[in-house]
Every structure is written in C-alpha cells, then in structure tokens.
Design a protein around this ligand. Structure first.
Ligand SMILES: N[C@@H](CCC(=O)N[C@@H](CS)C(=O)NCC(=O)O)C(=O)O
Length: 214
C-alpha cells in the first residue's frame, strides 16, 4: 500500500500526478500546512524537514519505506514502475538534470516570489525585484530548452515535466501579474503547458482536495 502525505500546493501535486499516470492505487493523508500539521510528531518521523510531500510504501522491498523530497519520491516511483524515467543513459540524466533544476531552482524561486509579491502584507521592493528577475531568468532558460525538444528531458514526457507543471500553473495564474512581461512571448512554454494540461492523469493529480470538514 502507498500512503502519500501531502497538501494542495504545487510541491504537493507532483506525486499525485505521477501516481495517476502510473495507475496505482494510493491513499492520501492531507497535512494542512496552514494549520502547522507538518510539525506534528508522526509527520516529522517520516519527513524530518517538516515539508510535504512524503510517501510511505508499505510494500517496498525490504520492508516499509518512507521517503521525503519530491524529487526522490518521483525517482523512486518511476524506477519501481519502469515508466517516466529511462533506466540509464542520456535520457535518464537529462530528465534528472531538469528534475533537480525544478527542485533547486524553479520551485524555490517561484515560492519566494509568491511570498514577497503575493502573500506578504509588507511589500519589500528589493525582494520582489530580486525574485521577479530570477524567475524571469529561469523562464527564459525553460523556454530555450523547450524550443529545442518537446519535453524537458528530451523526446519523452518524464518526471521532470511532472515536477515543473504544477509550479508553472502557479506561475501563470497566481503569479501572472508579478511575473508580467516575463511570461510574454514564450511559445515553447505555452505549447508544453497545453500538452501537459491535456493529460487526464495530470488533471486528476492537480485536482486533489482534502475531504470537506478536514
Ligand atoms: N524541496 C522540497 C520542497 C517541499 C516544500 O517546500 N513543501 C512546502 C509546501 S509547497 C511545505 O511543506 N512547507 C511547510 C513548511 O515550510 O513548514 C520538495 O520538493 O519536496
């Protein structure tokens, strides 16, 4: 049995997308980070960095296995089920390169921009400028990659695309005004977004919601 501990944020939607793509059955345990549930003892036992997502695979080889960090979880599931990540060779490392790019760059920078430009009541112009410019630079890098190949890893849809997509939805909706001109004239990103948005598994993964009353 797979139990995913997650929330409805971009990082929280990556693993549901992959689980849906793989057609696996799983349970979701919603960790409401708005209520600080990520600091509860039971959650810290599987995710000591107090962040979602975390996965527990109760039928892992060698006994139950818990994994935190979305990139590690995506890699584990893709390898275990032999899909959405090549087992070796150039295609594997190109997909890993862009997966790490998301986890270390696109996600944290868009997250900081969201904090300073949208969520924070105090508006700090230096921070907003810094993160707007850095996010704009990253979007330029992504546009360059997707102008050369259909997917971030190359020819095939992979966990790198799955990791970036929920963040790009945030970039083009919640952060649209903050990013302004940086979203204009990005035909390769627009094409990629439409392609991924059309996948039924992506739609299901993006739609996760805690049951009413939770
Ligand atoms: N690098 C981590 C980032 C995870 C992350 O930032 N999760 C956020 C929600 S999107 C979180 O749990 N925040 C709670 C907190 O910081 O206390 C990953 O990719 O899994």
């Amino acid at each position: 049995m797979l139990v995913l501990h997650t929330w409805t944020t971009p990082n929280g939607k990556k693993v549901p997308i992959l689980l849906e793509e793989l057609g696996l059955s799983y349970e979701i345990h919603f960790v409401d980070i708005g209520k600080d549930e990520q600091f509860e003892k039971e959650f810290l036992a599987i995710s000591p960095n107090n962040k979602i997502p975390a996965l527990v695979d109760h039928s892992a080889e060698g006994g139950p296995l818990s994994i935190f960090e979305s990139g590690a979880i995506l890699t584990y599931l893709a390898d275990k089920h032999h899909q959405f990540l090549a087992p070796s060779g150039h295609a594997r490392w190109k997909a890993q390169e862009w997966l790490y790019w998301q986890v270390g760059g696109l996600g944290p920078m868009l997250g900081q921009l969201g904090f300073f430009a949208v969520r924070s009541k105090d508006k700090a112009p230096l921070a907003i400028d810094r993160f707007t410019e850095e996010c704009g630079r990253l979007l330029g890098v992504m546009e360059g990659r997707l102008a050369k190949c259909p997917y971030l890893g190359g020819e095939d849809y992979s966990i790198a695309d799955i990791a970036c997509y929920p963040w790009m939805v945030g970039a083009t909706t919640m952060l649209k005004d903050a990013l302004g001109r940086h979203l204009h004239d990005k035909p390769a990103i627009d094409r990629w977004m439409a392609d991924i948005a059309a996948r039924p598994a992506v739609q299901r993964g993006m739609a996760i919601k805690p049951p009413v009353g939770v």
